[in-house]
Design a protein around this ligand. Structure first.
Ligand code: ACM
Ligand code: ZN
Length: 775
């Protein structure tokens, strides 16, 4: 039959139109690949695979539900219900294929133009391959509702990946503040995205017992609730009177726990329960006073308790019976091979005087109460190991002798990890220096109230669970690392997210990626994509990494102050002003350290794509007459707090409320006495001495500051004095002690600040000073 011209034309037109509908695939570059944690090996090939609603998902029979990671995302964000089929079609599929040669939790991923193949040898391996695909997809894949006009393309890559450590953990303290089950489930999702495999739930502490135990219902009825004092700072909540109504709290029923554990398991995560003992258990003692040495009735405390003296009695067998019964129910609920029993921070004063505890010490031939704690933990270890579980505890369980089969969680730095691994025990490294997510992550003047300390994103990134000084043999005992979110200062989900993300991403890379693959510059580029994902998911991640910080140096010859502006992310654009005016897109761009020789208000901000990315930095730097002058200490600062040493008092740099910030000089129990040589007779009107108080950490304002002047450096005259009486203070506070001099001329200034000496609450008395401002 003869085709008409019109017919042929129509066919061609149709083909052309269809061709137009099929847009060309995304052209990727290697820089578009932003997987966190960084995979072990990756080759990028020019090209792309496109998902569409016909893409088939193929899995071995027992791995079908693994595919939900991807399937659920496409259902939500693309509105497609991708079909799961038993065998692969000729093209356009994602195939899971078992490969017994691959490492535990490892996977390989091969993406070509028309197919995607994930090989793994276990459940987690497949999951992680799928999570990698998720991170290769456009960030829009994180949407909870359908987005249109997206090409769901991923670059053609070949990846071989496996974790450096098998313990990749995160601890959530659900006692100090209670977090609903839904929040725990959302945390599990976030852990899975980062290929983390352990969620440690801190279920018991003084301020709340959070897990239903059927045999002891009062643990949650009484121990799960406290008097609501959420309006007061954590360490300023008075002990409530017995019988006061308790309204703050909550707990997980056993059904909740089952749901959490099952959900976690589907995401490749083991939930490790922590049941604290013998201390951090006032919530249990409030419910069952007979568990303590003297059985005094107590309330569940609403806030900080220190030292912790109300602890379980180690003398009575009934204590151990109770704990074994509790752990029986706990083991029923948690399949975790590890059961965490706490063991930290027990003040054993009651044990020294309790008749039952004394009897135990004698009967067991123990030398002291440290050995009694060791007896306690060893007894629990025998019980747990008889049930096939491994006891895990904070590094205090080393004191008095470590139980034979115990695994140690090293938190007071790395010492516990070094010691336990040396003795052939497994360890999980969670040093507070790098893993405590309750610490500040940026400038304390800008950040929301936190516990203290300082743990920036880049410092988390530096974390290495295998520490200097560990032999190869010790290194083999390092199971991995973990971040801990203690929640004294974390009352809400929003705040918990803020403290956790993005620091968890840095930690994930520290425990997953190979040492050779760790590179902060590279991470700082990749993590931007994760920020976008968090944004879409509605995760309240911190943007503290975009804060400007400063590094100030003083040249003693010229008395010129030099200020470097720093952003944690290398190559960030920082804009600044020096005249107090607001920052705009046309403000000066920072390149080199700024030099100042007069009092100056510095404002600075990181910009990203012409928009401010972080909080505004604003500080007035008070330039003064003593800048860079020689300082002689008649009584020198303590070795532990040297501030900026010789020039520390005359470098214009003021300390922050973080007493570890490197600006504070400290005196323990004694007075500060120093002389500033102004180098020529100088007229002055006032001297200001900056001080910090943080009574919770044993730091007190001076009770007196006196200024003496001299022309020859030998005979001094008193020129002014301020006194201040001790006042109880729950916060962290900065104070300037200002001594007016009238108008006087002298060459030498002697400054004497008097230490409080003996605080009413006992303990040592630190005095912290940051600057002597002479005007
Ligand atoms: C701890 O931070 N007390 C383990
Ligand atoms: Zn006792």
């Amino acid at each position: 039959m003869k085709k008409t011209v019109i017919q042929s034309f129509s066919v061609i037109l149709l083909v052309v139109l269809m061709g137009c509908k099929e847009e060309s695939k995304t052209i990727f570059t290697e820089g578009d690949i932003n997987i966190v944690p960084k995979p072990l090996e990756m080759t990028f090939n020019q090209g792309a695979f496109r998902f569409n609603k016909e893409t088939k998902l193929v899995a071995p029979k027992d791995h079908e539900e693994t595919l939900d990671v991807l399937k659920d995302r496409f259902t939500a964000a693309a509105g497609w219900d991708l079909e799961v089929v038993p065998t692969a079609p000729s093209s356009n599929f994602v195939l899971l294929s078992t490969d017994s040669s691959l490492a535990e939790e490892g996977y390989s991923l091969k993406v070509t133009d028309n197919q995607v193949v994930i090989r793994a040898n276990d459940y987690n391996g497949f999951l992680y391959g799928l999570e990698t695909i998720r991170q290769l997809l456009p960030v829009a894949i994180e949407n909870k509702s359908v987005v249109t006009n997206i090409n769901w393309d991923i670059p053609t890559v070949e990846i071989k990946d496996s974790p450096r450590f098998k313990w990749r953990g995160f601890m959530l303290d659900v006692s100090r503040h209670f977090f609903e089950k839904e929040y725990v489930l959302s945390t599990i999702d976030q852990l899975a995205l980062l290929k983390m495999n352990t969620l440690h739930l801190h279920l018991v502490d003084d301020q709340g017992w959070r897990i239903e135990i059927k045999k002891y219902p009062k643990l949650t009825e009484v121990g799960g609730f406290r008097v609501d004092q959420e309006d007061k700072p954590w360490n300023a909540r008075p002990t409530p009177d017995l019988g006061t109504e308790t309204t703050y709290g909550g707990f997980y029923t056993q059904e909740d726990i089952k749901e959490i554990v099952a959900y976690a398991s589907r995401k490749g995560i083991t939930v490790v329960p922590e049941i604290e003992m013998p201390a951090h258990v006032m919530s249990a003692i409030a419910a069952y006073p007979e568990l303590s040495c003297f059985q005094n009735p107590i309330m569940v405390p609403s806030g900080g308790v220190w030292p912790i003296t109300e602890i379980y009695c180690a003398g009575k067998d009934s204590t151990f019976e109770f704990l074994e019964n509790v752990l029986r129910e706990v083991m029923e609920l948690f399949p975790s091979p590890y059961i965490h029993v706490g063991g930290d921070e027990a003040t054993k004063t009651n044990w020294k005087i309790c008749p039952d505890c004394k009897k135990r010490v004698a009967a067991e031939g123990l030398d002291n109460v440290e050995e009694l704690q060791s007896y306690f933990i060893q007894r629990m270890e025998r019980f747990l190991s008889s049930k096939g579980r491994t006891l895990l505890g904070w590094d205090e369980i080393l004191e008095g002798g470590l139980a034979p089969g115990a695994t140690v969680m090293s938190w007071r730095g790395v010492k516990g990890g070094l010691e336990a691994s040396e003795a052939g025990h497994d360890v999980v490294m969670t040093p507070n220096s790098h893993c405590y997510f309750d610490y500040y992550q940026g400038d304390q003047d800008v950040e929301p109230l936190a516990w203290g300390g300082n743990l920036s994103l880049s410092k988390v990134y530096q974390f290495d669970p295998v520490v200097e000084g560990m032999s190869e043999q010790q290194g083999k005992h390092v199971l991995g690392g973990q971040a801990n979110l203690w929640t004294e200062y974390v009352p809400t989900n929003d705040q918990a997210e803020y403290m956790t993300y993005p620091r968890l991403a840095a930690l994930a890379e520290a425990v997953w990626s190979s040492k050779d693959n760790k590179n902060w510059n590279d991470f700082s580029n990749r993590v931007g994509s994760l920020f976008q994902r968090y944004g879409i998911m509605g995760v309240n991640y911190a943007k503290s990494v975009y804060q400007v910080t400063t590094e100030t140096t003083v040249n003693p010859e010229s008395a010129v102050i030099s200020i470097a502006l720093i952003s944690e992310f290398p190559g960030s654009e920082i804009r600044y002003t020096l005249d107090g005016s607001n920052i705009t897109t046309t403000s000066e761009k920072y390149t080199d350290p700024i030099e100042i020789t007069k009092t100056t208000t510095l404002k600075a901000q990181v910009f990203k794509e012409d928009r401010p990315a972080g909080a505004l930095f604003e500080k007035t730097i008070t330039y003064h007459k003593a800048v860079g002058k020689p300082v002689t200490y008649l009584n020198k600062y303590h070795d532990s707090y040297q501030g900026a040493k010789e020039l520390g008092m005359v470098n214009v740099v003021r300390g922050s409320k973080n007493f570890h910030d490197g600006q504070w000089q400290g005196w323990l129990g004694d007075d500060m006495e120093l002389v500033i040589d102004m180098e020529s007779p100088t007229e002055m009107e006032q001297v200001t001495v900056g001080a910090l108080e943080n009574q919770g950490s044993g730091i007190y304002f001076p009770i007196q500051v006196e200024i003496f002047l001299s022309d020859d450096g030998k005979s001094y005259r008193s020129a002014g004095i301020v006194k201040r009486e001790y006042t109880a203070n729950n916060g962290s506070e900065l104070k300037d002690f200002i001594i007016g001099l009238g108008k006087q001329t002298a060459r030498y200034i002697k400054v004497k600040a008097t230490n409080l000496g003996s605080p009413p609450s006992g303990g040592g008395s630190w005095m912290f000073i940051d600057e002597v401002v002479v005007e």
